[in-house]
Ligand binder design. Sequence first.
Ligand SMILES: [Ca+2]
Ligand SMILES: [Ca+2]
Length: 310
Amino acid sequence: MTTRTNIIVVSRKKQQGPVKKVLRPAQLVFVLGMGLTLMGCGDGSDGTVSAQQGTGTAFVAPTVFQAAGPNIASIQNTVDQYRTALGATNNGNTPGPLPKDSGHREINWDGGGNVDTTTAPVTPFNTFLNTRGAQFTTPGTGLSQAPPSGGPQGGLATLFNNPTYGTIFSTFSPLRLFTPVDSNITEALFFEPGSNGTVPAKVSGFGAVFTDVDLPDGSGPANTNGNRKASTLIECFGTDGALLFSSFVPASPGDASLSFLGIVFADARIARVRITSGDAAPGPNDDGTHDIVMMDDFLYGEPQAIQPIP
Ligand SMILES: [Ca+2]
Ligand SMILES: [Ca+2]
């Protein structure tokens, strides 16, 4: 059994692809206190970075929030701080347009209470398209909400025909999690709430809770348990399609752990989010060859209409 920890110390944000060259020490993220929190700030003030992905735009570093550990308490403070950074008020199902600083939106996949049904996989997943301004898609069969096990359809354990899924995953918000089926990719687009998907929008930040992120596990340079390779990733793209920021989600080896990664910019500039949850589509056992990961709460800034280019 791997020793569990709720301490996540990140010395340097990992960048993906073309943005790798723009990494600067100012982007270092430190964890203070009991390992529950962090406030990471890239200054982004010198703005000297050259073009990335041909956009010609300077790299702007978001503030990064992340935490991981064995239980809800491991990430609760960080999630709460992230809510405050987005705008503390949860705007729920209130129709827009609302100002950026009016608050944020959340999705907990719980059906408003103790709902334990397993929803059939569907893509696009439009349950919250009109009410909260977010649409989710996957290249797989679809996206489902389900408890780890139980309920009339049996939860994830039945959906993926793997009884171990009933115990290796836990919820941040009970009773349900969210997952792609036949894929480990989920994409999000944003719209002005109340527009039923007719007004494309951008958000200042996006964050998500994950359960059972095992990699990297700190097992060293050998091939033990997948070595140090990370499994779970959030990528954020701007209105021009360029990658704004990407980072791996912190791991907490051990079954049913919880992880959180959220970023926030000073302005609304994220038009699309791509999430890679685990290093394989759900179905196989979670072991040394597969790190299977499920998603829980999504949090994002109040969607702001993307103004058409004149
Ligand atoms: Ca939930
Ligand atoms: Ca896992």
